[in-house]
Every structure is written in C-alpha cells, then in structure tokens.
Design a protein around this ligand. Structure first.
Ligand code: HEC
Length: 129
C-alpha cells in the first residue's frame, strides 16, 4: 500500500513538473501566439459585424489596420526563413493593403474584401500550423 502511494505521488509530481516546464517554455516566447491571436480577434470582429449586419466604415478601417500592422510582425517574430512562409506573410500584407485601399463601407464589400485575406491565413496554416 505504501509503495503504491509513493509511486502515485511520483507520477503526480512528474505530471505537475512536466506541465510547469512546458508552460515555462511557452511563456519564453509568447509573441508568435500573441500576433496570431491579435489578428484573429480583429478578423473575428469584422466577421461579427457582417453577421450582425452592422458594417460601418470607421470600425472596418480600424480592424483592417490592426490586422495589417500586426501582420507586419509575423516575419520578425516567427523566424521561419522558408520561402512558402515568407511568401504567405508577404501575400497577407499585400491583400490587407488592397482591402484597406478598397475601403469597404458596406457588409457586401467587406465580405469581398476579407475573403482573400482569410484564404491566405488558411493556406499558411495548412503548411505551417
Ligand atoms: C505566414 C504564415 C501564417 C499566416 C499568413 C497566418 N498564420 Fe496564423 N499561424 C501560423 C503559425 C505557424 C501558427 C502556429 C503558431 C504556434 O503554435 O506557435 C499559427 C497559429 C494561429 C492561431 C492559433 C494561435 C494559438 O493560440 O496558438 C490563430 C488564431 C491564427 N494563427 C490566426 C491567423 C489569422 C486570423 C490569420 C490571417 C489574418 C493568420 N493566422 C495568418 C502561421 C500563419
């Protein structure tokens, strides 16, 4: 009985220790996740606006600008020096620029403007996430 309890204790300490180490490793560089989460939030706000049929130009411009400025952190933060990755990051920037220039003022134009952006998020995730 005592041996079994000691083994159980050992296992519990092992699990707690592993979780702590993994958390510490993640916390060491929170930036990649932070960049992605920030972009995700603003893309989500745009999708919510479409769902609620409340698309107003200043809010749209704000969220698109936030995604664009955050997207410019992808390359310096991820340190992935592979062509498909850098190309996807550049394509994202280009498409965000185009969406900002299109300056959507209605839900219909917003849907059209963010479609290519969502496709770039998706295609990079298929290769790298
Ligand atoms: C150039 C490649 C690339 C592009 C473009 C890209 N992502 Fe990511 N994304 C990644 C990688 C790599 C991960 C995995 C990061 C990790 O786990 O550290 C990721 C992870 C995520 C995650 C999960 C974050 C977490 O909690 O771990 C979200 C959400 C996300 N991306 C949203 C987006 C959105 C929204 C876009 C488009 C606006 C986008 N991403 C564009 C490469 C990309």
């Amino acid at each position: 009985m005592r041996v079994a309890l000691l083994i159980l204790l050992g296992v519990v300490i092992g699990i707690v220790g592993t979780v702590n180490v993994m958390n510490a490793l993640r916390a060491r560089n929170p930036m990649p996740e932070a960049v992605m989460t920030t972009m995700d939030y603003h893309m989500g706000e745009l999708r919510n606006a479409i769902k609620a049929k409340q698309c107003n130009a200043p809010a749209i411009a704000h969220h698109l600008q936030r995604v664009r400025s955050t997207a410019s952190d992808i390359l310096p933060v991820f340190h992935i020096d592979e062509k498909p990755f850098t190309e996807a990051a550049t394509q994202l920037q280009d498409r965000l620029q185009q969406a900002l220039q299109a300056a959507p003022t209605t839900c219909a134009t917003l849907v059209a403007a963010i479609k290519p952006i969502g496709e770039t998020c998706k295609s990079c995730h298929q290769d790298y996430r």
